[in-house]
Design a protein around this ligand. Structure first.
Ligand SMILES: C[S@@+](CC[C@H](N)C(=O)[O-])C[C@H]1O[C@@H](n2cnc3c(N)ncnc32)[C@H](O)[C@@H]1O
Length: 305
């Protein structure tokens, strides 16, 4: 995957985007208005834990051999090795990403919430850099606070084990930036070809409802532009059937909802024909029946093909 820029250039671009004033960023944003849930990952973990416990019970009741060493989840992928509910339990979507998309790569996570997925990603795959962007200032402040605490702990631990001199702080490459990803002067969108992997997960419904087709198209075009040649775009979208529940958030949202023509189920066609992104095999086309947050996940690659 092409990584044209030198390390220094990229790091300064990433930190500039992270530290400078932030277009469209919201200091105080009513919780949930744009999917900015403040205990999003806690809730995800609880619901996944319940789902997995029920699955395990059903498997035991059906008399499956427990000692066969097969750790695959019902998604067909190897699951996080740690039990849900434990402090180390990590997001099940990590199992669906290919290591080669992330390890040593420059990653952009749009709508990163409080950075939990970013930190899981860093722990699992050690990317070269990650920039997480979110509109909610409080969530980004949380993400940055955790980074500070984790780096302090890392320095203490590595000092004790004598590791500090020989290894690089893994969190040096992690940055967060508060901005509205749809703002015309959003900084993340200014650096053509700067990212090897862009994640847009569970964000499209909020962009679509608040900014209509024009907004979602703009985000897709910008994503295609910031991807490096052969870069990968991972899209997890909310189905159209889930939009109705949020369509009455405001008069404007209702009007947007009514005017939407580009349904999520045809995002893939739009990305291929209008943004030049080649669809890869779907990561999670339909998902698992009964699984919480069971949203389709797709991957695309930027040419040259
Ligand atoms: C449902 S959460 C998903 C979080 C994360 N991407 C994941 O899948 O684990 C949606 C996130 O998108 C953010 N978001 C919504 N609209 C946004 C916008 N216009 N600009 C930046 N972030 C936005 C919200 O603040 C929220 O944190």
């Amino acid at each position: 995957m092409g990584a044209g820029d030198g390390d220094k250039t990229h790091r300064s671009e990433v930190s500039m985007a992270a530290e400078s004033p932030t277009p469209g960023a919201q200091r105080v944003l009513e919780e949930g208005r744009v999917g900015n849930y403040h205990s999003y990952y806690g809730k995800r973990r609880k619901l996944m834990a319940v789902f997995q416990a029920q699955n395990a019970q059903a498997t035991a009741a059906s008399g499956a051999d427990e000692g066969d060493g097969d750790e695959n989840t019902s998604t067909g992928h190897s699951s996080s090795s740690t039990a849900p509910g434990s402090a180390l339990y990590s997001d099940e979507r990590l199992d669906l990403l290919k290591e080669e998309w992330v390890r040593g790569k420059r990653v952009l996570d749009l709508g990163c919430n409080d950075g939990t997925f970013v930190y899981d990603l860093v722990a699992r795959f050690q990317p070269r850099s990650v920039l997480g962007v979110d509109i909610d200032r409080a969530l980004i402040d949380d993400a940055k606070k955790r980074r500070k605490n984790m780096r302090r702990r890392w320095r203490q631990n590595s000092g004790r084990t004598g590791e500090a001199k020989s290894s690089t702080d893994p969190l040096l490459c992690v940055h967060f930036c508060c901005e509205d990803i749809i703002s015309p002067d959003a900084k993340w969108a200014q650096h053509a070809g700067a990212y090897d992997l862009v994640l847009l997960m569970s964000v499209t419904k909020w962009i679509h409802l608040h900014h209509g087709d024009a907004g979602i198209k703009q985000v897709f075009k910008n994503v295609a532009n910031v991807l490096a040649p052969r870069g990968v775009f991972v899209l997890e979208y909310q189905r159209w059937s889930t939009y109705r529940r949020k369509a009455n958030l405001s008069t404007e949202v209702h009007q947007n909802y009514k005017s939407i023509r580009l349904r999520p189920e045809v995002f893939d066609t739009y990305l291929e024909h209008e943004c030049g992104l080649k669809p890869g095999p779907p990561i999670r086309p339909r998902g698992v029946t009964g699984q919480p947050y069971n949203r389709p996940m797709l991957s695309f690659r930027k040419g040259p093909v």
